[in-house]
Write a new protein. Structure first.
Length: 174
């Protein structure tokens, strides 16, 4: 009888551990998938030419571009339009600068639409939702992940579908 009680107790504890681990895995997974967005402050004048510009009159002159990472201490690190990632995937930071258009984002929710060029056509690969503040004019989106090599177009869309800015990036494998 004592052995049966111990066996039942062991099964109960095992089931509880499995459920607890599964719950922890779900929370960790959802934390990883929650994209980090922050307003970034940049005071220096950025006068670089870039072919990637925005759509729409209000955001004319705004810029979507890419870097390895952004930190408030060092700013943009490794700005480029070509990145090399491992075959298992890699991430980069997407930057939005609306200051040249003298505009703010004007909404609390935006999407980053990622399209991959396949020949002359674009195929939408992913759409990532983000929460932002309507008064932001310089924003970074951390850890936007790519899994395949190729040429991509990334477009920032307001919640109503209005395109704000687009940029192109090439992803290569190591």
């Amino acid at each position: 009888m004592k052995n049966q009680l111990g066996f039942l107790l062991a099964i109960f504890i095992s089931v509880a551990v499995v459920f607890a681990c599964n719950k922890l895995k779900e929370e960790t997974s959802s934390d990883d998938k929650t994209e980090k967005t922050e307003k970034t402050e940049k005071t220096e004048d950025d006068s670089k030419d870039d072919k990637r510009t925005s759509s729409g009159d209000k955001f004319d002159g705004s810029r979507l571009y890419f870097c390895e990472r952004y930190s408030s201490a060092s700013g943009e690190v490794g700005e480029s339009s070509v990145f090399t990632i491992p075959r298992s995937g890699g991430y980069l930071t997407v930057m939005i600068d609306l200051r040249p258009a003298d505009a703010t984002i004007g909404t609390g929710k935006v999407d980053l639409r990622i399209s991959r060029y396949e020949g002359s056509k674009e195929k939408i690969v992913d759409t990532l939702p983000f929460d932002v503040q309507p008064d932001w004019d310089y924003i970074h989106f951390d850890k936007v992940t790519f899994y395949k090599s190729g040429d991509y177009k990334v477009t920032l869309l307001k919640s109503d579908g209005t395109p704000v800015a687009s940029g192109e990036v090439t992803i290569n494998y190591r």
